[in-house]
Design a binder for this molecule. Structure first.
Ligand code: UDP
Ligand code: MG
Length: 305
């Protein structure tokens, strides 16, 4: 079977066409006139076959290899586009980008500190100390989500359950709304209309950080607990014995670490680039970590704030 592909077609395409030709039956062309010229020679046969055209009744210049090349190229392109779509985070497909807006609360009246750190870094423990000594209200994003998950009639219950088990970040609209509701309740109940909040485990993703500061309240800074994974894993597995949490098991922990490194650390880096991070080494004893926490906090806000 003789095939001829013009030289201007790239080598790769010619190889593809060659492959295609080898696995395809020749297409009969009953109306082609009998050839008068000597048959063309193969220029790329891998079988070593050469010499005169063995099918003199057929026009050696065929159109279908070009059609095959075009189809293969189109197929590859469609495949590539589809892969890109699959790689996009699913929440991006459904949820619009955050809109600009005025924050509901002024930072003059409402003090917000974000508390970040890997899972098991000790955020909850240190927040409890800060609540005791500085009269903060502690809002754990994870606790609010778990409460919403368990609330009868919640339309987000199943969604939250899946995200938490997989160690993924729940779409920001849900979490930001839960936080805003909780802050509103406290500020409304305070005669001064003021409040001090530790927002624990939030923002874990850039979109949350931007949305919250634009629409709810700008934070003073991020308290970041830095702890190596081996230490955090040890603590989490230990906590898992009694916590009853669906994500305190080895498999979920690994997923949470991955989300933390890939999605949450960029948030810490973003605030650090603005000089808005107080970093505390979280490997020592809880008392020592707290001492460092207090020092870092008072350096920024003073003893009374
Ligand atoms: N979570 C979330 N958005 C947040 C905070 C938490 O989606 O802003 C989810 C996420 O799946 C996370 C889980 O809640 O893995 C548990 O968060 P929590 O803060 O309770 O975990 P911790 O860091 O304290 O171990
Ligand atoms: Mg926690």
């Amino acid at each position: 079977m003789a095939q001829q592909i013009p030289r201007f077609i790239s080598r790769r395409f010619r190889q593809q066409a060659s492959l295609f030709c080898r696995f395809s039956a020749p297409v009969p062309r009953p109306f082609a006139p009998p050839p008068k010229v000597p048959a063309l020679r193969r220029t790329y046969a891998s079988t070593g076959e050469s010499g005169p055209n063995p099918n003199p009744g057929q026009n050696p210049f065929k159109i279908w290899p070009f059609v095959a090349i075009f189809a293969a190229g189109t197929g590859a392109y469609v495949l590539m586009v589809n892969q890109r779509i699959d790689m996009a985070p699913t929440d991006k497909k459904q949820i619009p980008a955050p809109k600009k807006g005025t924050p509901t609360f002024s930072p003059d009246k409402v003090t917000v500190l974000f508390v970040l750190g890997g899972p098991g870094a000790g955020k909850g423990t240190q927040c409890a100390n800060l609540v005791r000594d500085y009269n903060f209200t502690h809002l754990s994003a994870g606790d609010l989500l778990r409460a919403e998950q368990d609330r009868e009639g919640s339309e987000f219950g199943d969604l939250i359950k899946d995200y938490i088990k997989e160690g993924r970040i729940v779409p920001m609209e849900v979490t930001v709304q839960l936080l805003e509701n909780a802050i509103t309740d406290v500020v409304r109940a305070a005669p001064s209309g003021k409040g001090k909040f530790l927002i624990d485990g939030f923002p874990r993703k850039m979109d949350q950080a931007i949305k919250f500061e634009e629409t709810v309240c700008p934070s003073k800074f991020v308290l970041f607990y830095d702890c190596p994974e081996e230490e955090m894993q040890k603590r989490l597995l230990n906590r898992g014995k009694t916590s009853g949490r669906s994500d305190d098991n080895a498999e979920s922990i690994q997923k949470r670490f991955k989300t933390f490194v890939e999605t949450s650390m960029p948030v810490v880096d973003y605030f650090a680039s603005q000089g808005r991070v107080v970093k505390v080494v979280a490997t020592k004893s809880p008392a020592e970590v707290y001492k460092e926490t207090k020092e870092g906090l008072e350096k920024r806000l003073g003893k009374i704030f």
